[in-house]
Every structure is written in structure tokens, then in C-alpha cells.
Design a protein around this ligand. Structure first.
Ligand code: SAH
Ligand code: SF4
Ligand code: F3S
Length: 469
């Protein structure tokens, strides 16, 4: 048994990791043929991609997958810790699983993802959720075959969570959700320790994948016919810092652009690590999409400092405007937290003012949620629930106004769209523009996976309508 410990996670120094190649012990191949898994994923793209790897491993074990929890022999929750409601969703589902298991006691239940790395979650599972068969952490989720076996042999709840990050593992099996768009990890973990955020504790220190491994993965995706890759990391702009002295995200983007993959996206960018060369490269290569997610979190320097974000409103705005000027048609989206402890009306007004200046194309807005073990959770939370909710509503009204205004400007323009599927409305396709706008459109002889030119005829707050001639 290995239990998570935030103190160990915080003090970890990650220096001694190496890169290994994944190998499945042959004795596990098809061991579970005929069995079915229900895999539920919460949280960010990182978790979605981990789930693609989990599916890859379970497929080799012989599992097939179902959308109906009631049909499954194995239920896995790949969880997220970022806010209280992510916790509540996972525990809510565990409540349903408990009922199901009362009638079908042989079902196996496992929990992985960020919640598995949290001391208080694991303690709760051990004390109150004895029907959960295993908990496996983010650093070793690929040991799933071994943990399933251990559980079967011992018939005891298994907890295998490492607080220190483990070696990087390459060539994990993968079953991707899309045939056209793929996630490619470039950097794991985060060293920023923003005071409100749990990610550095659940995902460990920053560790970059070797450039050769990333480029090879993208080259293989090109051969398989993929049209788009999203380079993933909690802070992609820190890529390479822990590995190279002269190779950063800018150089990686150039090398990935040269693979001729039609579209490259990357997320998330921390403003602190964004440099001029990265902007130049994004502007120069047509297959690097002009769409940047640049979380600001707050427009008040006082709050940014309390959050430990390492930039000021002024330096953020300088970067923002540089991007807008140098990258043609660039869209920028953001994340904003309201109701951080001590946020005054004046602080919040500064956030609104910043939004008025940036007129974002998209924004994800959140009410601050204290996370046990993070420094901000110890601050006195003196903003009432009503005030937080009112601020969120006011902010949402404002950001929505700019989404619509920005979209209105696109009516009459032609946008290149990667066709992703057919929407619920009959005969309408959907896909995203280079600038990451959702487009619903009609047309003849359209194939999913193609990149087509759509004439925009109408705009809504979160999408655009159009047709292919
Ligand atoms: N690595 C990314 C963000 C990952 S988390 C970055 O630094 O930009 C995604 C978003 O969740 C954050 O940008 C932040 O806006 C929000 N978030 C993180 N912790 C939160 C908390 N404790 N309460 C509310 N929102 C939070
Ligand atoms: Fe969390 Fe900050 Fe790291 Fe983003 S940069 S994952 S908000 S600690
Ligand atoms: Fe959630 Fe973990 Fe992602 S906390 S947002 S799943 S890194």
C-alpha cells in the first residue's frame, strides 16, 4: 500500500527520473476477454488523454467499453480535484455505484486521476467507501493490470498512490477518442504553485518529454491521417526548462510544424513563461493555429500577488497586445476566478476593466473553491457566497457580450474548418475554425476529417453558422 502525502509532493525535487518504455507483461494479455468496462472521465484534457491511455491498456487486457454503468464488470472513475464540484460529481457517482454493487457484488470499482492523489480523498475512501476495490495515482496509472491482479489475489482494497513523481513512460498503449484530432503530452506536472491550485500536488513537478519522443508521436499521427494535434501541459510554455538549455516551446513548435501536421494547438500557456520567440513562431508557421489560451485569473495586482501568479495586470496586457499585433487574426481566451479570499469590489472592478480591454473570444469563469492543503485555503475567505455569485453573473454577462460582438464581425467571412461530425440538427456539420470558433454548417460532399472553407452567415454567442459552397 502507498498513500498520498502532500508534504512529500510539495518537497519533491524530481531530479532523478528517467524515460522508460512501456511493456505489458504478456501474462495479462486478454486476461479479461469478454469483460466490459465503464470509464468515466472528469476534468481537463490531461485527464481525457490519460483515459485514452487507460483504454489502450484495458483493450490489451481484453476489455471492451460501455456507456452504461449497469452493464460493466469494471467501473473506473478518472477524477479531477480542481474545484469542490468536481469532487462532488465523483462522490455522487460513487453513491450510484454503491447501489449497483449491492445487487452485483462482483463488479470491480477503481478510482484514479487527481482525486486519488489527495490525502483527504483517500482517507474518506478507506473509511467510508469499502466497496471501492482500488485507488491508483496519476504517476502510476499504467500499473492498472498489476493493481487489478493484486486486488483479486488479496481481496482487499488496494491503494497505490505515489506522492513523488515516477519515471516518464513512453509508448503507452492508446485508444484515441477521435480519428482526426489528437492530444500529445509535452510536459507533465507544474512548478508554479499558484496559491489556490491543487495541480502541483496531484500532478507533481514539471517534467518535459524528450523532443524526439514528441516529434515521433506527431509523425506517426500524420501517417495515420490525423489533421490536428493539441500539445498538452499544465504550463506548456515551460517546456524544456527542466531538460534542455537551448530548446523551448518555440523550438518544439517549429519542429512539430515541420512534420506537416495540418493543425497544431497547444494548451495551457502561463503568461510568465511566454517569450517573444514563441510569438514569432506562432505568427510564422501557418499550421500553428492563431488561437491562444492565456489565463489571467484576475485583473487586480493585489489579488494576482496573493494568487502567486508572478505577473501584473500591466505585464499581462503588454503580452496580450503583442500577441494581437504580431499574430494575424489571433484569438485569445482566458480563465478567471472570482471571489478569491479578500477580493474587494474594487479588485473585481479591475477584473471587469481588464475584460473590457481584452474583449476575449472565450473565457472560462469560476468561483474560487478552497482546496485543502493549498496555501490559499488558509486565508480568511471573507467574500460571501451571494457576493461571489453576483460577481460571477456580472462577469459572465460581460464576457458573453464580447463573445457575441467578436462573432458578429465574422459574418460574411470565409473560415477554414476541420469537419468533426454531424450535429444534432439534421444535415448540419460542425467543426472548429483555425481561431477555435465552433461552426455549424451545411454543404454537399463533405467528409468528416476534411478541412473545408465555410462562408459565415450568422453569429451566436458561442457559435457561428455558415455553408460550404
Ligand atoms: N495550468 C493552467 C490551469 C489549470 S486549472 C493555468 O495555469 O493556466 C484551470 C483553471 O481552473 C485555472 O486557470 C483556474 O482559473 C481554475 N482554478 C484552478 N484552481 C481553482 C480553484 N481552487 N478555485 C477555482 N478555480 C480554480
Ligand atoms: Fe495550477 Fe498555477 Fe500550475 Fe496552472 S500554473 S496548474 S493554475 S499552479
Ligand atoms: Fe482536474 Fe487534475 Fe486536470 S485537478 S483540471 S484533472 S490536472
Amino acid at each position: 500500500m502507498h498513500l498520498p502525502d502532500f508534504k512529500v509532493a510539495r518537497s519533491s525535487d524530481k531530479k532523478d527520473y528517467v524515460t522508460k518504455t512501456y511493456r505489458l507483461n504478456e501474462k495479462y494479455l486478454n486476461k479479461y476477454k469478454g469483460e466490459t468496462c465503464y470509464l468515466r472521465t472528469y476534468g481537463c484534457q490531461m485527464n481525457e488523454h490519460d483515459s485514452e491511455n487507460i483504454k489502450g491498456i484495458l483493450t490489451l487486457l481484453g476489455f471492451t467499453f460501455t456507456d452504461k454503468m449497469d452493464d460493466a464488470n469494471l467501473i473506473i472513475l478518472n477524477t479531477c480535484s480542481i474545484r469542490e464540484n468536481a469532487h462532488n460529481k465523483a462522490f455522487g457517482l460513487l453513491g450510484r455505484v454503491k447501489h449497483l454493487k449491492e445487487n452485483k457484488p462482483n463488479i470491480k470499482v477503481g478510482l484514479c486521476g487527481c482525486m486519488a492523489q489527495e490525502e483527504i480523498v483517500v482517507k474518506t475512501i478507506m473509511e467510508k467507501y469499502p466497496f471501492v476495490n482500488f485507488v491508483i495515482g496519476t504517476h502510476n496509472f499504467y500499473e492498472l493490470p498489476e493493481i487489478l491482479e493484486k486486488e483479486e489475489l488479496s481481496n482487499n482494497q488496494q491503494i497505490e498512490v505515489y506522492s513523488r513523481e515516477q519515471d516518464l513512460v513512453e509508448r503507452l498503449p492508446v485508444v484515441r477518442a477521435s480519428k482526426y484530432k489528437a492530444y500529445v503530452n509535452i510536459i507533465y506536472g507544474c512548478d508554479k504553485f499558484c496559491t489556490y491550485c491543487i495541480v502541483p500536488y496531484t500532478r507533481g513537478r514539471q517534467r518535459s518529454r524528450k523532443k524526439e519522443d514528441i516529434i515521433k508521436e506527431v509523425e506517426d499521427l500524420v501517417k495515420e491521417g490525423y489533421s490536428e494535434v493539441t500539445l498538452l501541459g499544465q504550463n506548456v510554455n515551460a517546456y524544456g526548462k527542466d531538460l534542455y538549455s537551448d530548446y523551448s516551446l518555440a523550438e518544439l513548435l517549429i519542429d512539430v510544424a515541420k512534420t506537416d501536421i495540418p493543425r497544431i494547438r497547444f494548451m495551457t500557456s502561463h503568461p510568465w513563461d511566454f517569450n517573444d520567440k514563441m510569438i514569432e513562431v506562432i505568427a510564422k508557421y501557418p499550421n500553428i493555429m492563431p488561437s491562444i489560451h492565456l489565463p489571467v485569473q484576475s485583473g487586480s495586482n493585489r489579488i494576482l500577488k496573493l494568487m502567486g501568479r508572478r505577473y501584473t495586470k500591466e505585464t499581462y496586457l503588454t503580452l496580450f497586445h503583442k500577441m494581437k499585433e504580431q499574430i494575424p487574426n489571433c484569438t485569445i481566451s482566458t480563465d478567471i476566478i472570482v471571489g478569491f479570499p479578500g477580493e474587494t469590489d474594487e479588485d473585481f472592478k479591475e477584473t471587469l476593466d481588464l475584460v473590457k480591454e481584452c474583449k476575449y473570444d472565450n473565457a472560462f469563469t469560476f468561483i474560487y473553491s478552497p482546496r485543502v492543503g493549498t496555501p490559499a485555503a488558509k486565508l480568511k475567505d471573507n467574500v460571501s457566497k451571494e457576493v461571489k455569485e453576483a460577481r460571477l453573473q456580472e462577469l459572465n454577462c460581460l464576457v458573453n457580450k464580447y463573445f457575441k460582438e467578436n462573432n458578429d464581425k465574422l459574418v460574411g467571412k470565409k473560415l477554414k474548418v476541420l469537419v468533426e461530425g454531424i450535429s444534432t440538427k439534421k444535415n448540419e456539420y460542425f467543426g472548429y475554425s483555425e481561431t477555435n470558433k465552433l461552426i455549424n454548417f451545411t454543404g454537399d460532399n463533405i467528409k468528416i476529417g476534411d478541412i473545408v472553407e465555410v462562408l459565415i452567415t450568422d453569429s451566436k454567442t458561442w457559435s457561428l453558422d455558415g455553408y460550404v459552397k
